[in-house]
Design a protein around this ligand. Structure first.
Ligand code: IPD
Ligand code: CA
Ligand code: CA
Ligand code: CA
Length: 252
């Protein structure tokens, strides 16, 4: 909450923030770093000894040996810096290699998504359930478009072409953690993206599963955090989307 308030304040004054480039099209600002510092301090105080994997600081070892926080202090930095209110904090807790809790918070909309393994997924106080549509042609699907520094543009355009042709619409919100939270909330029927990092996905994956949805990597396996690809939806849409994104380009 404290980190959310810090982001909320900085969002009102984005023009005064120091911004630097980590790579082509890949920005980091004072707001990302400040939020990460607050999250690190608060979680270290609450649970001394737990390890961290954070986007800006990287790996922080912990003596506990069982637990690790996976943190994106500001998912959707590009949106944030452009005054677009689709950004979020994403925090997951891993115990012995398994994600057991997840929180995604969008301070601009005051939406708090939470999930505990086996305990369901919630938006503020409301229990979440993935959308029930069973035909891909009725669905709105979220995605992430690779930017300047990311490869796979050729493959991505083939996938996009197929998904565009087979669905009601495609959305690019610009914050992967929110995309996944929206699948859990039934706002998006499905989602796919490549080249993501563990902090973009860890909390959202649990939210979707706890909301009754299905998540896999693009090969249909469970190595999302290792290979960075993700496909999500309810059981039928997950299966259909997986098939669609793997289709080769039709001959001309
Ligand atoms: C980015 C966002 C974006 C996704 C990128 C991520 P960041 O995270 O989630 O939607 O397409 O791949 O890197 O850098 O804003 O935390
Ligand atoms: Ca980033
Ligand atoms: Ca991110
Ligand atoms: Ca980030």
């Amino acid at each position: 909450m404290k980190a959310g308030r810090s982001l909320g304040r900085d969002f009102g004054e984005v023009q005064n923030l120091q911004v630097s480039l980590k790579g082509p099209g890949d920005y980091v600002s004072q707001a990302d770093r400040k939020a990460e510092e607050i999250i690190h301090a608060e979680l270290s105080r609450a649970r001394p000894g737990y390890a961290f994997l954070m986007e800006e600081r990287g790996v922080v070892e912990g003596e506990d040996g069982q637990h690790r926080w996976i943190v994106d202090p500001l998912d959707g930095t590009t949106n944030f810096l452009h005054g677009l209110p689709m950004f979020a904090i994403s925090i997951a807790l891993e115990r012995q290699g398994q994600i057991v809790a997840g929180v995604i918070y969008n301070p601009a909309m005051d939406e708090l998504y939470t999930a505990e393994r086996g305990g369901g997924a919630f938006l503020n106080d409301r229990r979440l359930r993935v959308a029930g549509r069973s035909k891909l042609s009725d669905c709105v699907i979220g995605t992430g478009i690779p930017h300047l520094g990311r490869g796979h543009h050729g493959n991505y355009l083939i996938e996009l072409r197929h998904v565009m042709a087979e669905t009601s619409g495609v959305r690019r919100i610009g914050a992967a953690a929110l995309d996944l939270a929206y699948v859990a909330a039934g706002r998006l029927d499905g989602f796919w993206e490549d080249s993501l990092s563990p902090w973009d996905m860890a909390a959202g994956m649990l939210l979707i599963r706890e909301a009754g949805g299905f998540v896999s990597d693009k090969a249909g396996g469970q190595d999302m955090l290792e290979n960075g690809s993700i496909v999500a939806g309810n059981e039928a849409i997950h299966r259909a989307l997986l098939k669609t994104v793997k289709k080769p380009l039709p001959p001309r």
